[in-house]
Design a protein around this ligand. Structure first.
Ligand code: ATP
Length: 577
């Protein structure tokens, strides 16, 4: 496909404010694309160069982008910067400064060049990157240059999510979303949308159905629903397995002989960060090839006691890893196994998987099988829960003994039962920023008074407003945050957003922040939970506790369903008190 054709689709995606329209445009794009271009197209629409578990980044900030634009268009750097000040978008700047050219670039060429820019290393990397990007811009028409430049800047502002891509793929073949479940299965076990798209284009849904788990490539992790009470757990599961809920890092370990790769809850590779865990997997996992999961938690090397999460979290770092490995060694508490020597065991019931896991791990200091008991009455759950809380843990996990491992699913096969917070919300909520209001009074000088935030409606792949957040940041933080938001501002409501409130500025749903609220109330103001005129749900007195949950994608934010469950749980606690 010619890059200019792709650009036309990107501009249509940019202009639409309807979710269904977005699916249709993507469907049309996939229908017209060649199989060999599919993965590049999928990655580019999501501002990526590889599946999200491969950490390939452009590493080009605004200063370098400005240099590349200056070089490509033969314009003095100062003039480029001045134009940027006026337009606020290097895409527009380069479009206006570029000369007309015939549109010869192919998608494949652009993609390969962008990958070359991102993977360039060694001496003079910075100059090389600027030079390569300038070359590519020189070959582009003004309109092509505009979209091309937005990719390394992460500013396409399309907000195309994973599910949106899957719906688009289904649409390209059937004109509806009927193939989404099968495509989603393919995605859940491979974590690579590009691979799913190419496989689908080449061999249809039959080929996608044949996709398999592969050691070395992460599997989207199974997640847990919240439990309201011990009674609920027994009602839903009957006899169940209980495990402590340890607060560390989720690890999915892939072992292929001596090669070990570790992945986080969000499928980022964490192997370089946790060399001690990788070593333990090499030494204590008896199979040649295996995939297992567990929670890695730091312990005191002198006493052997597990450390609280604040200590464990210090292991999330890029530098000083050796020292940290000494002072805060990690232990992996293994709780599941997905693959053992040539055999995919995700279809095996949990109880049996756990037995296999026990047999897979040899004695040693780095990996330990998680404690597990079977119970069949609420009283036993309460006892186990109380004991774990007294031991300083955050709660317990209940698992259905006959459940298979369901990649990427969050359902009642796994239930997390955490400490309730008397009358208030103990859990923080991860929200996605969808807009902001300019505000009045003191804050108006920064041009931002409050953020309009949403939670994720996973069923319909939409972001539905849940709160107006106006506190928790310092004045300086507000000003800096506004700059971040302006870089992804939109002229209209994003196609995947639902909100009854209209902010001054709409934002691409991309940034996740953690907020604490006093409680959840019913309200007519927000869209969360609002169907057929019923009242929606809102967070009361929300304040920012962490403005940057960069480890979470917008689809990892708290879901609408979770908000409704939290509301119910909160009402129940109030009645009890
Ligand atoms: P989620 O991961 O469900 O989206 P979250 O990020 O807020 O939610 P929690 O609600 O704290 O995380 O709980 C889920 C996490 O608990 C798992 O992803 C895993 O990292 C951790 N965990 C701790 N102990 C266990 C266990 N025994 N079995 C499964 N997961 C466990």
């Amino acid at each position: 496909m010619k890059f200019s054709e792709l650009v036309e689709y990107l501009s249509q995606l940019e202009a639409t404010s309807k979710r269904l329209e977005m699916t249709r445009i993507l469907g049309d794009l996939f229908k017209h694309a060649e199989a060999d271009d599919m993965s590049a197209i999928v990655y580019l629409t999501q501002e990526r160069l590889a599946p999200n578990y491969e950490a390939i980044e452009f590493g080009m900030g605004e200063a370098l982008i400005a240099q590349a634009v200056a070089q490509a268009t033969n314009t003095p750097l100062a003039e480029v910067k001045k134009a940027y000040k006026e337009k606020g978008d290097y895409g527009i700047v380069v479009e206006e400064l570029s000369k007309a050219k015939s549109k010869k670039l192919q998608v494949e060429e652009v993609f390969e060049k962008l990958r070359e820019i991102a993977t360039t290393s060694g001496e003079g990397t910075v100059e090389k990157r600027v030079g390569l990007l300038a070359d590519l811009l020189k070959q582009s028409s003004p309109r092509e240059a505009r979209y091309l430049l937005r990719v390394p800047m992460g500013r396409l502002r399309l907000g195309v999510g994973d599910v949106t891509v899957l719906d688009g793929l289904s649409w390209s073949e059937t004109g509806d979303k009927s193939l989404r479940p099968a495509l989603e299965r393919g995605y859940n076990i491979t974590s690579d949308l590009g691979l799913v798209a190419t496989t689908f284009k080449k061999g249809g849904i039959k080929a996608v159905n044949k996709l398999k788990i592969s050691v070395g490539r992460p599997i989207r992790m199974e997640l847990a629903e919240r439990a309201k009470s011990a009674d609920e757990i027994i009602t839903r599961m009957g006899e169940c397995a209980l495990e402590p809920k340890v607060d560390g890092f989720r690890v999915q370990a892939h072992k292929d002989g001596d090669t070990v790769r570790l992945f986080s809850r969000n499928l980022e590779e964490t192997t370089p960060m946790f060399p001690d865990v990788a070593d333990a997997v090499r030494q204590q996992v008896k199979a040649h090839k295996a995939i297992l999961e567990g929670e890695a938690i730091a312990f005191d090397p002198d006493t052997g006691d597990f450390l609280p999460f604040q200590e464990t979290s210090q292991r999330r770092r890029k530098y000083g890893i050796d020292e940290m490995t000494q002072s805060h060694p990690l232990k992996l508490l293994a709780f599941d196994v997905l693959w053992i020597d040539g055999q995919d065991v995700t279809g095996v019931p949990y109880k049996e998987r756990h037995e296999k896991l026990g047999a897979l791990i040899s004695e040693g200091p780095g990996i330990q099988l998680i404690e597990q008991i079977y119970v069949n009455e609420p009283k036993a759950i309460d006892e186990f829960f109380t004991a774990k809380i007294e031991a300083g843990l955050e709660g317990i996990m209940a698992k259905r003994p006959d459940s298979t491992y369901q990649a990427g699913a969050r359902n009642f096969n796994w239930m997390k039962f955490k400490r309730a917070y008397q009358g208030h919300l103990r859990d923080t909520v991860d929200v996605v920023v969808i807009g902001y209001l300019r505000g009045r009074g003191q804050r108006a000088k920064f041009g931002i008074g409050a953020l309009l935030c949403a939670v994720y409606d996973a069923k319909n792949d939409r972001f539905r407003s849940v709160a107006k957040v106006g506190s928790g940041l310092t004045e300086l933080e507000w000003a800096a945050y506004r700059e971040k938001l302006d870089a992804i501002a939109l002229p209209h409501k994003h196609a995947r957003v639902d909100s009854n409130m209209t902010p001054d500025v709409w934002i691409e749903p991309k940034l996740v922040m953690e907020v604490q609220a006093d409680e959840i109330t019913r309200s007519q103001i927000h869209a969360t939970g609002m169907y057929d005129d019923e009242a929606g749900y809102a967070l009361r007195f929300p304040r920012v506790v962490n403005p940057d949950r960069e480890d979470k994608s917008p689809e990892d934010a708290t879901t609408e369903q979770e908000i409704m469950a939290m509301f119910e749980k909160q009402s129940r606690t109030e009645v009890k008190e």
